[in-house]
Design a protein around this ligand. Structure first.
Ligand code: 6R9
Length: 643
């Protein structure tokens, strides 16, 4: 999602949000934590003194076919290469090695379809499915290095296909099932995919979405033509199959053997390309490789989620999002954990689907997104109370700033004030969680706390100088990390330009944040969304947080609109909570509330009450659409936008 901020004159931001609440870990949490505060302190010291030894130790927890020559090759920055010379395959760590241990018969996957059907797969079963499909792909002529596009929703076959593609050394590229034919075509073109895997149709919000049909439409648009198309049965709707190009998944795998060795990859061989929806139209393919990615994801998954064999872990992210890749598939499988997957809409058929699902499977760890939490808050605390959520022991959030009110609600009403709530900051490009508490950390609602050990992040001004505490600035990463992107597919110049050129020597995240006196980070939104009101720079996230802290507001998006006197004023798009109607008294009240919360600078201009906000499938508000509309400008690429 990261967009490059075109703000070379970037000055520090004012911070308006002041949150004083602090939550200490319970003694029992501290006692049980995989990473105790003492261990965390030691890890930070070690990582600071010798970062390469720190990451090398993490690499040694995984299985390799051949040891690396070096931990990090930094001879030609920013093209860093982690564990060069190392021989490995991430799938070996996610599957093959578990087959030789007690994990063999453990559940790898619990999958629930939107209509309520359920399937489970043990590690051994998943292993056999993956091997069969890996062999089938080879029979179709897919080779090491070939790109395979997966246009699929969250299904067991999607996980099987990801792992099968990676196992034979090919490169997967998932495209959200929900993207249009045009968006799909652009991605097939850019990746020059030899094969596309899809399904006949799937269930979303009570309807069947006919994916094969969309793929047919995409391929009719011309451009690069894949040699083969594989179609899985899901919704059992009629589809057209083109002779010699289209094959049914079930027929392909039937005759294949359930054994298939992992292709031996170099650490820096490509694992996947994942496209982020840029503002400019041209899709940007973020490249991740086997070695560094597996080390970074494995380490962060185990440390942050404190995983143990009895956990039932549910990451609600769609598999087509980086969160689905790293923390619904690769992270949990490398840890030998049980991961829950859900096909459909989180509020279908009712608003308590999330809560009933947790109860049904005894979910112990829930990793989800702020937009869903805010949506569920709207339905009140009675709804979760109807379900047994007592199995939960950890809560996680990702994707957007989690405002303090939503944080406290989740912690109190879902987490019984006992479950640590981990707000994790990271990006498609970072591949792994970068800034996050661990279960034993002291928590402040609304803060992503501190960079994980081994991660050197800072808040700087346009010249790259650190800004004083409590001022906002550009969030940058100052040293390479294992799961970092290897580049942009087929576009090395764009990689250098967008991420490494604005602040020399540092990776530009495109986000703005402030650091408090304790070194805790508070995300203020995207640099592109910063408002300049009467000379004050304010992050959109703070204004939005101020608004949603009012009980009438379920969700809010704030953008700057030009103003003759103040330069810019804030315009708010507000979704009201149940039982509230837009009225001039309420508008007045909300404006006053914002000033009370954030101070006199927080001047709201107009307010609108749309039926919904433009969002990506991963739940991010796409403010640039609102902004462009306000300014009468071109909206640009909207392929990633769902609602
Ligand atoms: C994993 C993911 C990345 C952008 C990122 C930032 C926003 C992610 C956040 C957060 C505040 C958090 N973001 N986590 N903002 N607090 N905990 O979301 O990847 O889709 O590439 O988006 O999402 O703006 O730069 P991606």
């Amino acid at each position: 999602m990261a967009e490059h901020p075109d703000t070379p004159d970037f000055a520090p931001l004012d911070s308006l949000l002041h949150e004083e609440r602090v939550f200490r870990p319970l003694p029992e949490t501290l006692a049980a934590a995989l990473v105790s505060p003492a261990r965390l302190r030691q890890a930070r010291e070690q990582a600071e003194a010798d970062p390469l030894a720190f990451w090398e130790e993490a690499a040694e927890e995984l299985d390799w076919f051949g040891r690396w020559d070096q931990v990090l090759d930094d001879a030609s920055p920013p093209f860093y290469r982690w564990f060069p010379g190392g021989r490995c395959n991430i799938v070996y760590n996610a599957l093959d090695r578990h087959i030789q241990t007690a994990a063999k018969n453990r559940l790898a996957l619990i999958w629930e379809g939107e209509p309520g059907d359920c399937r489970t797969l043990t590690y051994y079963e998943l292993f056999r499915h993956v091997n069969r499909f890996a062999n089938a792909l080879k029979s179709l002529g897919v080779r090491k290095g070939d790109r395979v596009v997966l246009y699929m929703p969250s299904l067991p076959e999607t996980v099987i296909a990801m792992l099968a593609v990676a196992k034979i050394g090919a490169v997967h590229s998932l495209v959200f099932a929900g993207y249009s034919a045009k968006a799909l075509k652009d991605r097939i073109d850019d990746a020059r995919a030899v094969c596309v895997i899809t399904v006949d149709g799937f269930y979303r919000n009570g309807r069947v979405l006919q994916l094969k049909q969309v793929l047919d439409d995409a391929l009719l648009l011309g451009g690069h033509a894949p040699e083969t198309v594989v179609v899985c049965h899901r919704a059992h709707v009629d589809v057209e199959m083109q002779d010699g190009r289209d094959y049914w998944y079930e027929e392909l795998v039937r005759a294949e053997r359930p054994q298939c060795p992992c292709e031996v990859m170099d650490s820096n061989d490509m694992l996947f390309v994942l496209y982020t929806s840029g503002a400019t139209g041209k899709p940007k393919g973020i490249v991740h490789t086997h070695g560094g990615y597996m080390v970074g994801v494995s380490r962060t998954f185990r440390w942050v989620f404190d995983i143990n064999p009895t956990d039932i872990y549910w990451c609600t992210a769609d598999l087509g999002w980086i969160t689905g890749h790293s923390y619904a598939v690769y992270g949990p499988l490398m840890a030998g954990a049980t991961t829950v997957l859900y096909e459909g809409h989180p509020l279908y058929p009712q608003a308590d689907r999330l809560w009933s699902t947790i109860a049904r499977y005894g979910v112990t760890i829930l990793y989800t997104v702020p937009t869903l939490i805010r949506m569920l808050m709207r339905f009140g605390k009675e709804l979760p109370r109807k379900h047994d959520l007592s199995t939960l022991r950890l809560l996680g959030s990702v994707g957007e700033p989690l405002n303090p009110e939503a944080w406290v609600w989740l912690h109190k009403h879902i987490g019984r004030q006992q479950c640590p709530l981990l707000d994790t900051w990271w990006q498609t490009e970072t591949g792994m969680i970068m800034v996050s508490p661990l279960p034993a950390s002291l928590l402040k609602p609304g803060s992503v706390t501190r960079p994980l050990p081994g991660i050197v992040a800072d808040v700087v001004d346009a010249a790259g100088a650190p800004v004083p505490p409590d001022k906002g600035g550009l969030l940058v990463i100052k040293t390479p990390w294992p799961a970092m992107l290897a580049g942009i597919y087929n576009d090395p110049d764009r990689y250098v330009e967008e991420y490494w050129s604005v602040i020399p020597g540092a990776y530009l995240t495109g986000d703005v944040a402030r650091k408090d006196e304790d070194g805790y980070l508070w995300m203020q939104g995207r640099a592109d969304d910063v408002l300049v009101i009467a000379g004050h720079r304010i992050g959109a996230a703070e204004l939005e947080s101020g608004l949603v802290s009012h009980k009438a507001v379920a969700e809010a998006a704030v953008v700057g609109v030009p103003d003759a006197i103040r330069g810019e004023v804030a315009k708010a798009f507000v979704i009201l909570a149940e039982g509230y109607e837009p009225a001039s008294a309420l508008i007045k009240e909300l404006k006053a509330h914002l000033k009370r919360e954030l101070g006199p600078v927080a001047v709201l201009g107009a307010m609108e009450f749309p039926a919904s906000l433009p969002k990506t499938r991963s739940g991010k508000i796409v403010r640039r659409i609102l902004k462009a509309r306000e300014r009468g400008e071109e909206v640009g690429d909207v392929t990633g936008v769902e609602e």
